[in-house]
Design a protein around this ligand. Structure first.
Ligand code: GDP
Length: 459
């Protein structure tokens, strides 16, 4: 609050700048920065929609658009030109799918939005997880075409799984694009039908009604993306905001800058100069150029040599920022994806065993003691086992209904002990939401999501 600015708290060194004050000075005037992940079933029209949005906002130059238009005409797939804005490499183009997580930036009235484009293909869910783990808000795209919404929403489709995934990764605001409405003559009945189905499901998935909005669009024709509709059939019944306004209305989550530094590493590469580069997100706290940091779980030390945010060089990064940090005094073997950089005075716990409260979505085989899983924690992916079933919980109230159950079935909630194949850096959810969430996958399917409730056997 305000008091801390005039009255330094006891124990704080005079020389140390107050993190909240530093944040205010550095970021107080600019637009709020928001990270948005785009999710939805394959072919829902995500790439086309976002490509068109970026074009409408003038983020793609005319020459590039012209090139894409020509190339796609040659292939006889003209509608792909917008999608290509997001799919830069030839390999992805040939396959006609979005593979990696690209990053794109655009502006709304009050915000600067970084787009984390999530791939829709089934095999690529691990990539999507790392995109979603960095996101503040989500854009769920569904195809309104008759039969197609149903395919994506019912079993086997990715609409539900993606929504559950982003929710369990901490995304709690969602804009739902009811897309390709041009294929159903802008039918209000069809729009309402889809909204009704999604509302019920999203509520069960843990989204609050007020945090979800629905927008009728066509990515292909550009209807209702950055300006009010022009189609009469849509104008007749839709008086709400266009997609850009909906995005502008998202609330920026609080940035916990006063907490100890936690930076999750999503990528490691060699820089052009000396030093190693890491890409990732500041979950909590801040880092200044020149700061000494500790890399966990290896507990190696390094120094922050330089910081890049959105292609410009900075002296400091804050909670909520995605950045590339160059580290001095460390070699590549000591760094890997999933590492956490932290404050050496206040390091993150490292352990290979913890208790978690999990919600089991769908699993063919009930979970029993010794059940092997793949643990996802931020960008980290590690083999693990469910080493103990502690208690079965009432899914709605969280009360213990049975101690030491022999099995945990699908659609239920439980406290389990998880043993990871090697020590990892993690936090209890109660002390750090951002690093206290996990996901369990088996054979390419997400079977459960959960919160770390107790870290056991701290190294
Ligand atoms: P993604 O897999 O979700 O990224 O979907 P794409 O953007 O690649 O689109 C899948 C297919 O749907 C392509 O053939 C697009 O041309 C088509 N498509 C995308 N948006 C629209 C739309 O608004 N209306 C119509 N009619 N077709 C669309």
């Amino acid at each position: 609050g305000n008091e801390s600015e005039t009255e330094p708290r006891a124990g704080r060194r005079e020389t140390k700048v107050d993190p909240e004050a530093q944040y205010k000075t550095e970021r107080g005037n600019g637009k709020e920065h928001l990270y948005m992940v785009v999710i939805g079933h394959v072919d829902a029209g995500k790439s086309t929609l976002m490509g068109r949005l970026l074009c409408e906002l003038g983020q793609v130059n005319k020459k590039t658009m012209h090139k894409y238009a020509q190339e796609s005409r040659k292939l006889g797939k003209q509608s792909f030109m917008y999608a290509w804005v997001l799919d830069e490499t030839g390999e992805e183009r040939d396959r006609g799918i979005t593979m990696d997580i690209g990053r794109y930036l655009f502006q709304t009235k009050t915000k600067e939005v970084t787009l984390l484009d999530a791939p829709g293909h089934k095999d690529f869910i691990p990539n999507m997880i790392s995109g979603a783990a960095q996101a503040d808000v989500g854009l769920l795209v569904v195809d309104a075409t008759r039969g197609e919404f149903e395919t994506g929403f019912d079993l086997g489709g990715q609409t539900r799984e993606h929504a559950l995934l982003v929710r369990s990764l901490g995304v709690n605001q969602l804009a739902v694009v009811i897309n390709k409405l041009d294929t159903v003559s802008w039918s209000k009945t069809r729009f309402d039908e889809i909204v009704q189905k999604l509302k019920i499901f999203l509520k069960q998935a843990g989204f609050k009604d007020n945090d979800v909005s629905f927008v009728p669009c066509s990515g292909l024709t550009g209807q209702n993306l950055v300006a009010p509709p022009t189609e009469n059939e849509l104008l007749e019944w839709y008086k709400g905001p266009c997609l850009l306004e909906v995005i502008d209305k998202f609330r920026t989550p609080p940035r916990p800058v006063a907490k100890p530094l936690r930076f999750s590493v999503n990528d490691v590469f060699k820089g052009t100069g000396s030093g190693m580069c890491v890409d990732g997100r500041v979950e909590t706290g801040l880092a200044n150029v020149g700061d000494k940091i500790l890399i966990c779980p290896s507990k190696e030390r390094a120094t922050v040599k330089s910081i890049i945010v959105d292609e410009s060089s900075k002296n400091v990064v804050f909670a909520g920022d995605q950045a590339t940090i160059t580290l001095a005094g460390i070699d590549i073997q000591s760094l890997s994806v999933g590492n956490i950089l932290c404050d050496p005075q206040n390091p993150i716990p490292v352990s290979s065993k913890f208790e978690a409260r999990i919600v089991v979505f769908n699993t063919k085989v009930p979970i029993t003691k010794g059940y092997p899983v793949v643990l996802h924690h931020q960008s980290l992916v590690e083999p693990a086992v469910v080493s103990k079933l502690v208690s079965q919980l009432n899914k709605n109230t969280g009360e213990v209904v049975k101690r030491h159950p022999r099995v945990v079935l699908k659609n239920s909630s439980a406290i389990v002990e998880i043993s990871v194949s090697k020590p990892i850096a993690l936090e209890e959810y109660s002390s750090c939401k951002e690093l206290g969430r996990i996901m369990l996958r088996v054979a390419g399917v997400t079977i459960a999501a959960g919160l770390i409730t107790k870290i056991l056997a701290v190294n």
